[in-house]
Write a protein that binds this ligand. Structure first.
Ligand code: MRU
Length: 354
């Protein structure tokens, strides 16, 4: 199966090798990052993006940074670790996978606190690698479960990019699409352009297109008319954070899509790993929503598209209430309302933040 490897260790294991997603689809280039400063910049600037990939990048960032400081005393090493965790936690606020991954790294260092700094650094490297590999397996399982929801043939609408570029594996929302295609089923995808950063047209169309999957880009404002005039079997999107009651924060525009799907009687699915479920956040109202820079709207990709002094409101995410979501798919299966019960029952404390 052809899908891009968004993030991995370099061959010599000394750097983090990732696709620079800000340059796609025009240029496909890989970055080699060696410090937590570089990783923090990559996350903030969206060279690496998508909730699972952000978590993986942060975990690898901690590992690579701490490997540079094994000559420090035990207490100075610990101080450096705390600074690095804080630095990476401050990059983007909404995707809970970031905090989940950093917590795993902190707990790992804590567990081996009595060991030498070299041994702790080694354990951190192993933990980051486990986070990457587990994510790959979770994507595969999410794909299998979501495939059970797809008719054959299937016409699917998605938003933003919840594909391979956003994860350590096949993606979340797009994992079932890859598996459907691989198994010879007929699958057609409509991809919302996803203003203002254009993840749908730049990234989803790029990765599905190179896999030979039938993908059509639509401007965001086409979705309603598409649902009214053509057969759309289902909408499937990813998530940045799923609250305990099943409210979902995902890329801005997801909520509008869910309202449209509800109006047209089209199933609306959310696909995400357990690491995106935050049982400590009771509902979507408590999810912090990142605001992006006005320039992304006024002058996206170098073209002046609004007056230079135009006021801009640019939340990066919105919250879709649980009642608009037909089902949530995780690596554990397909979960239905009431999500408070089904998510809690399905996810062990190791997988979800509790
Ligand atoms: O701002 P981004 O590109 O990081 O936002 C990405 C999304 O909203 C995705 O849908 C979400 O992170 C799930 S990715 C598997």
């Amino acid at each position: 199966m052809i899908y891009p490897e968004a993030i991995r260790w370099s061959a010599d294991g000394r750097s983090i090798d990732l696709i620079d997603q800000t340059l796609l689809p025009e240029v496909e280039t890989r970055l080699q990052l060696r410090t937590s400063d570089e990783i923090a910049h990559a996350i903030r600037s969206m060279q690496v993006r998508g909730a699972p990939a952000i978590g993986i990048a942060a975990a690898m960032g901690v590992a690579i940074e701490m490997a540079r400081h094994t000559a420090l005393s035990a207490s100075a090493f610990q101080e450096k670790l705390n600074d690095t965790l804080q630095q990476l936690a401050a990059t983007r606020p909404t995707a809970v996978n970031l905090f989940w991954a950093l917590e795993r790294m902190r707990a790992c260092a804590e567990q081996y606190r009595e060991r030498t700094t070299g041994e702790i650094a080694c354990k951190l490297y192993g933990q980051a690698t486990a986070i990457l590999e587990e994510d790959r397996a979770m994507c595969q399982a999410i794909g299998e479960h979501s495939l059970s929801l797809f008719p054959n043939p299937a016409t699917i609408l998605t938003h933003c990019n919840a594909g391979a570029l956003a994860t350590g594996g096949l993606g979340t929302a797009l994992a079932g699409v890859y598996l459907a295609h691989e198994r010879g089923r007929s699958v057609q995808v409509f991809s919302d352009e996803t203003r203002p950063a254009l993840q749908g047209s730049r990234l989803t169309a790029w990765e599905l297109g190179r896999a030979g999957i039938d993908v059509t880009v639509i401007a965001d404002n086409v979705a309603g008319s598409l649902m009214r005039t053509r057969r759309i079997d289902l909408v499937i999107v990813g998530a940045d954070r799923i609250a305990a009651n099943g409210d979902v924060a995902n890329k801005i525009g997801t909520y509008a899509l869910a309202v449209l799907a509800h109006h047209h009687g089209i199933p609306f699915y959310v696909a995400a790993p357990g690491s995106t479920v935050d049982l400590t956040t009771p509902s979507g109202d408590q999810i912090p929503i990142e605001e992006r820079s006005a320039e992304e709207v006024r002058r996206g990709f170098g073209k002046q598209t609004a007056p230079a002094d135009a006021k801009v409101f640019s939340p990066a995410f919105d919250v879709t209430p649980a009642e608009l979501i037909t089902a949530i798919v995780t690596e554990r299966g397909v979960h239905h309302r009431p999500y408070h019960d089904s998510l809690r029952a399905a996810l062990s404390p190791l997988e979800a933040i509790v």
